[in-house]
Design a binder for this molecule. Structure first.
Ligand code: ADP
Length: 192
């Protein structure tokens, strides 16, 4: 199964990806996680991406498309994958469409988690508080300033990705304001 999860920061993509990954035995390909790993490793991509990510803005399409193209070639992604945080621009969506077409692969679903903007800030704050309480490290972009920039990037650059898949007749919206198990049930119904 090949899925895309779309939705603003804090929409619950990570929560749903983790569950779907276990249930369908397919990897979650999170560009955010891959980029954070590159930053941590101090690789050339990480060095380029760090300050952009910390600010809340988007890393260039070239970099992100490159890491996804490499990642979906790996053995564990041959049987399917969940894309989380990619595509985030229409150019990335077009690059993905071309990548899949070149391999004669099709997406099974593009699911959009819809959440009110007002709720997002509260969720991110809660994530940061819980991480701190658990003694973990809060993400450098989970602060109010970077979060505002992430929301603007979402509105301006990522919301058009939904329109791209809607025009192709592939977009399946889900109410991301519902309790987690209801969101899960709605997604499972789409995938059945
Ligand atoms: P969020 O929790 O806000 O959805 P992610 O963990 O997916 O965030 O990504 C964190 C940051 O990594 C983004 O703000 C951006 O700088 C960078 N990033 C992740 N995925 C992409 C992408 N597909 N295109 C450009 N930048 C990306």
């Amino acid at each position: 199964m090949r899925l895309i999860l779309l939705g603003p920061p804090g929409a619950g993509k990570g929560t749903q990806s983790t569950r779907l990954m276990t249930e369908h035995k397919i990897p979650q390909l999170s560009t955010g996680d891959m980029l954070r790993a590159a930053v941590k490793a101090g690789s050339p991509i990480g060095l380029k991406a760090k300050s952009v990510m910390d600010s809340g803005a988007l890393v260039s399409d070239d970099i992100v498309v490159g890491i996804v193209a490499e990642r979906i070639e790996e053995a564990d992604a041959k049987g399917g994958f969940i894309l989380d945080g990619f595509p985030r621009t229409v150019a990335q969506a077009q690059a993905l469409d071309a990548m899949l077409e070149g391999k004669h692969l099709k997406l099974d679903a593009v699911i959009e988690l819809k959440v009110d903007e007002a709720a997002l800030m509260a969720r991110i704050k809660q994530r940061a508080d819980e991480t701190l309480k658990a003694g973990g490290a809060v993400r450098a972009d989970d602060n109010p300033e970077s979060f505002q920039i992430r929301l603007v990037a979402y509105r301006q650059q990522t919301a058009p990705v939904s329109a791209h898949y809607a025009a192709l007749g592939e977009l399946r919206p889900v109410d991301g304001m519902a309790p987690i198990d209801q969101v899960s049930a709605a997604i499972d119904k789409i995938l059945k």
